[in-house]
Design a protein around this ligand. Structure first.
Ligand SMILES: NC(=O)c1ccc[n+]([C@@H]2O[C@H](COP(=O)([O-])OP(=O)(O)OC[C@H]3O[C@@H](n4cnc5c(N)ncnc54)[C@H](OP(=O)(O)O)[C@@H]3O)[C@@H](O)[C@H]2O)c1
Length: 307
């Protein structure tokens, strides 16, 4: 049995990942402002920017691996608070990477497809980055800090969807919630991406730790689609009306943070290193709906102290 620490354990990825690990290994979660209840694993509330992770977590819990999911992951919030975004997304990962290196603890840093400018697509791990928004720039700086401090670390560039604590965190939840209430919405027809279901992402991250990989990996779905097509696929899977979704250009939205248009990534390095086939987005949407029908979405929501 291994001992894992998962930061961002109240977030979309961190919570789903921690629940998965807790079924067979020990996991200790770190949240910041969202205390949870009734979890099958231990959780501590701390601010990674100001509190002492090494003394309060590594020294006491002595994990075999840290999976660092905590971040300011909201692009618009990063534009409003660039200094806090830099501290959280760039400085903190470098510090934890260095502490893990010192203690021989495997470190996994969660990064993003948004480190690319999206001018070409189908990016490999060796392609040059060119982040556009404050969020993307701070995440790329986080990658560099982690690489400098801990060359053994895994850096996973991800894009994912799933059921979250608030029910509003992922794009899939946005489409589902609006479609089921028959609320007309827009879907970007010019933003291409490779979203992986969070359960599939969690499985792959656990396999990457077991295989003791290191370096940068693209951990996204094996296929690609536009955000509009993604919304329609959710509608079809739940037998909802995809005509409620209007295809629009991202340039016609009033979002402040600049978005990269083609964030499709190649997963060849990952599938070869692990000798596995990577699930598609459509596989994920099917599982997303099966999990809903099995009560998983409700189970996640019920961990919130607000429910
Ligand atoms: N969602 C996506 O599709 C996507 C795409 C690409 C990359 N990513 C990356 O994937 C990772 C996970 O994203 P997510 O969508 O799961 O994020 P999320 O749902 O927004 O959760 C963020 C987590 O970080 C925690 N956090 C933020 N500031 C903190 C601080 N100062 N100290 C301690 N914890 C702090 C939050 O804690 P509280 O909520 O308790 O405050 C929360 O648990 C991030 O690194 C993100 O950049 C996400």
């Amino acid at each position: 049995m291994s001992r894992f620490v998962v930061t961002g354990a109240s977030g979309l990825l961190g919570l789903n990942l921690s629940l998965k690990i807790s079924a067979f290994d020990e996991v200790f979660g770190i949240a910041n402002t969202s205390p949870l209840k009734g979890l099958p694993f231990e959780i501590q509330v701390m601010d990674l920017v100001n509190d002492n992770f090494e003394k309060d977590v590594l020294e006491i819990y002595k994990p075999d691996a840290v999976i660092h999911c905590a971040a300011i992951a909201n692009l618009e919030e990063c534009e409003k608070n660039p200094d806090l975004a830099y501290q959280t997304n760039a400085v903190v990962p470098g510090e934890i990477a260095q502490q893990c290196k010192k203690r021989d603890v495997k470190f996994v840093h969660i990064s993003t497809d948004a480190v690319f400018d999206g001018k070409s697509g189908n990016y490999s791990e060796d392609d040059p980055t060119n982040p556009l928004s404050v969020y993307a720039k701070t995440k790329r700086a986080g990658e560099e800090n982690v690489q400098n401090q801990n060359p053994d670390a895994i850096i996973a560039r991800v894009n994912f969807f799933g059921w979250s604590l608030s029910g509003t965190r992922s794009l899939a939840e946005f489409f589902f919630t609006n479609l089921i209430t028959k609320n007309p919405i827009n879907g970007f027809m010019d933003v291409h991406f490779c979203p992986l279901y969070v359960s599939h992402l969690s499985d792959l991250l656990i396999k990457m730790v077991s295989a003791d990989l290191s370096g940068i990996y693209h951990v996204v779905s094996s296929d690609q689609m536009t955000k509009y097509e993604f919304g329609c696929a959710i509608a079809d899977q739940f037998a909802l009306d995809h005509r409620l979704i209007t295809p629009i250009s991202v340039n016609d939205s009033n979002l402040k943070a600049e978005r990269s248009l083609n964030l499709t990534l190649s997963t060849k390095k990952l599938s070869t290193s692990l000798n596995v086939s990577i699930p598609s987005t459509l596989d994920g949407i099917k599982q997303f709906s099966d999990d809903y029908r099995n009560g998983y979405a409700l189970k996640i929501r019920n961990y919130s102290i607000e429910n």
